[in-house]
Design a protein around this ligand. Structure first.
Ligand SMILES: Cc1cc2nc3c(=O)[nH]c(=O)nc-3n(C[C@H](O)[C@H](O)[C@H](O)COP(=O)(O)O)c2cc1C
Length: 169
């Protein structure tokens, strides 16, 4: 699958087969995430790979928006590390770029994934810090549930000519 095809056909997948995701695939996903652009190439991220069933099942207790994580064999928490920042405030944008890379890589590898929002919700960030033992400088940004897809969604064309201006608003 080429890059444009992956971008155009990616959809959020929220139901997964039980089959675990092996280490080689996990490494490919992480490598894709870390290949993202970042402000001044600061790469201010860390990734917490979560495949412990009990931990995955605890997350929806404080993140009802991530109920799907309980049925996923894997989730990856993308975190920003304030101590690695060279350009203040850009960690959020950098982590979003890494998250999108993760989603696209999952899709290109035949997996299904869904971005579950964490940042900027303080309770979700605090509860994930507690559950996963994140150090003080490390902030939870987004949680990506991943698994072999048990559902499919068609392509949705979102191109809107009325959202585009040329040279001036
Ligand atoms: C910042 C962000 C937060 C999101 N949070 C959630 C979430 O908490 N739970 C969920 O099921 N989907 C979540 N999504 C997925 C969106 O609902 C989804 O991307 C959107 O409906 C478009 O559908 P598509 O991903 O299939 O193209 C989130 C997406 C983004 C970008």
């Amino acid at each position: 699958m080429d890059a444009l095809e992956a971008i155009q056909s990616r959809r959020s997948i929220r139901r997964y087969l039980e089959e675990p995701i092996g280490e080689p695939l996990i490494e490919k996903l992480l490598a894709a995430a870390m290949q993202a652009p970042s402000a001044r190439n600061q790469q201010p991220w860390h990734f917490v790979v979560i495949d412990d069933r009990a931990t995955l099942q605890k997350i929806p207790e404080f993140m009802p928006n991530a109920a799907l994580v309980a049925g996923a064999p894997l989730a990856i928490l993308v975190c920003g590390d304030l101590s690695l920042e060279k350009s203040e405030g850009y960690w959020v944008v950098d982590c979003a770029a890494a998250t999108e890379n993760l989603l696209l890589a999952a899709h290109a590898l035949g997996l299904g994934a869904c971005w579950c929002g964490v940042y900027p919700r303080p309770t979700r960030m605090a509860e994930l810090r507690k559950l996963l033992g994140l150090p003080e400088d490390v902030l939870a940004h987004s949680l990506v549930a991943i698994g072999r897809p048990a559902e499919q969604h068609g392509v949705e064309n979102r191109y809107r000519a009325d959202r585009v201006r040329r040279n001036h608003w």
